[in-house]
Design a protein around this ligand. Sequence first.
Ligand SMILES: NC(=O)c1ccc[n+]([C@@H]2O[C@H](COP(=O)([O-])OP(=O)(O)OC[C@H]3O[C@@H](n4cnc5c(N)ncnc54)[C@H](O)[C@@H]3O)[C@@H](O)[C@H]2O)c1
Length: 258
Amino acid sequence: MIELSEQQSIANGRVALVTGAARGIGLGIAAWLISEGWQVVLTDLDRVRGSQVAKVLGDSAWFIGMDVADEAQVTLGVAEVLGQFGRLDALVCNAAVADPRNITLESLDLAHWNRVLAVNLSGPMLLAKHCAPYLRAHGGAIVNLASTRARQSEPDTEAYAASKGGLLALTHALAMSLGPEVRVNAVSPGWIDARDPAARRAEPLSDADHAQHPAGRVGTVEDVAAMVAWLLSKNSGFVTGQEFVVDGGMSKKMIYRD
Ligand SMILES: NC(=O)c1ccc[n+]([C@@H]2O[C@H](COP(=O)([O-])OP(=O)(O)OC[C@H]3O[C@@H](n4cnc5c(N)ncnc54)[C@H](O)[C@@H]3O)[C@@H](O)[C@H]2O)c1
């Protein structure tokens, strides 16, 4: 359970929209923000699970079904938020085709490539576009969930890597366009165990999985949520256009074999 400090509770009454919040990191971010006093609109493609988790999160959570790659659905969803709350203070673009692996380059289907780019890169642009007027009105903030894969790769991950690299560029472009009223930053997680508790229990990570990280463990959704919450808070008021890596130090580790 997350403990509230006095400073944290200053979010009281502010409204955040978190995409892809039916599970994983997005759900963790929604829960964290609620614990800090935010009202959170969860959105997801998965309407059944999204509605269920919003119910569990309680009165400060509200769910809207939305495909972030579909501008008509984004327009409608943002209008619903404004209709319900009359304001919007924060946008967290977390929804993604989050499996980094595509098929080999030679077999890579253009439709798959286009869908990954549409969800992971066009989605955050559409959300920013339609939320911008309301975020400007309240000195709001945007956080985009990128990935360490924006800068490092395994084979057969072209679509995902390109989408996340593009998202870092979109982040600093938006920071210039929307400042000074709206700050825009990106968080790049490394390996985060974003599985449900049941899946984590059924297939626990190995000691080696944890030990390879300079921080001594694989990341949790709370590790990411804490960074997102800080970037949405007034405490980060001098921070915009930046990328924050939350990866237990993995991207700073020399990996040459002895
Ligand atoms: N888990 C990790 O190790 C990790 C590492 C680096 C970056 N990330 C990034 O963090 C974010 C969350 O990752 P996760 O592991 O929790 O993923 P996840 O797959 O568990 O959850 C993603 C959620 O996004 C939703 N979604 C997918 N397409 C959508 C669309 N078109 N419109 C609306 N919702 C849609 C899914 O239904 C799902 O609920 C993603 O942006 C991912 O790229 C995750």
